[in-house]
Design a protein around this ligand. Sequence first.
Ligand SMILES: C[S@@+](CC[C@H](N)C(=O)[O-])C[C@H]1O[C@@H](n2cnc3c(N)ncnc32)[C@H](O)[C@@H]1O
Length: 420
Amino acid sequence: MSSDPRVFNFLKERIGLDVASVGEAIIERAVRQRSQAVHAQTADDYWQQLQRSHDEQQALIEAVIVPETWFFRYPESFATLARLAKARLAEIKQMRALRILSLPCSTGEEPYSIAMALLDAGLAPHQFKVLGLDVSPLSVERARRGVYGKNSFRGADIEFRDRHFSESADGFHISERVREQVRLQVGNLLDPTLLANEASYDFVFCRNLLIYFDQPTQKQVFDVLKGLTHEDGVLFIGPAEGSLLGRHGMKSIGVPQSFAFSRHVEPVKPEPVFAPIPAPPPPPRSAAALPVKPRPFSTFSAQVVPIKAPPSDAADLLSQIATLANEGKSAEARAACERYLSNHPPAAQVFYWLGLLSDVAGSALEAQGFYRKALYLEPQHPQALMHLAALLESQGDSAGARRLQARAARSERADSESKR
Ligand SMILES: C[S@@+](CC[C@H](N)C(=O)[O-])C[C@H]1O[C@@H](n2cnc3c(N)ncnc32)[C@H](O)[C@@H]1O
């Protein structure tokens, strides 16, 4: 059964999914699976069933979403959140609980990480509440269950597991203390009535969703996210999404690898770069060294000190990424990619490296997303074409792999002809 553009449009309108971001083959495979499940004989038959049945619409959405997540993904962002949260509580004179949103929350690792980070930082349970939303009812159900396998604990430091989980035969169970901080519900970021009557949030996490949207949808969604974030609040996004936000009136708060943005902070100049230190008191330094303006969260600025600046020049950074990746220093290479995307316009080569690093780490779907992003920016990027082809081949999509190989060969031929 060949691809039906009506299904692509349905997914775009319903959940914002841009087919180009994950590739037609993934959607086609999901449609094939669903067509078999509902015994549809033709593409049109499936389309009719899809239109008639809300359950089938939901089943198709479940089949195409990318629920990839893990606890304390980008750990620095949680350390930053903890510092900002304390400052924010002081600023509002502890008059109310902090409101924090995790959207999309997938299977719960992100909102529970937020709660663990804040409890570990010494916040009392009554001082904050977390709301997790995701378009996938299955993921939300798993999040509510709060039982996790080893794949949800990926970082080098998983000490938090001993503090906040109990182990049993079916996995690691999140503690009641953490669970009570988090409310979970189904919600679609594209729903115009989403959280319409709710007060805004001090902190909003919207990570690793925007990469699946095309630019008009990203713009639409940024306006929604901006509306959900308190005037003095902070929006956390994914590493590959930062370059988009600048165009929408929000600025990086300047803490490397936190991917945190607000309305009021002047972006940190590329040099010197400031990094957080774990605890006060701050070392004496001149007022000129302050990287951020007093708003938001004035006390936060007292906890950053200058460190040796990484190369700010795009070419230097690119060659540093290549060196680190080739030496097998994946975490450092990834960090350098993220630094690049925070400071420079998006580059195909950086998305290619992120794809490769995800590929090596076993995150095939994430890798595909990055390779496709590289190809979106540079349709003939040779390595991205070849690696994506290999990935598709390993997933049984030989036709998709052949198409990309042919594209790579055409680009190679054109390249060598132009050099003659
Ligand atoms: C890759 S996960 C990201 C989870 C987490 N934020 C993280 O960074 O680890 C993407 C999630 O987005 C959800 N999603 C996709 N489209 C959505 C939409 N329109 N509204 C809300 N959630 C959506 C999917 O169900 C999936 O769980």
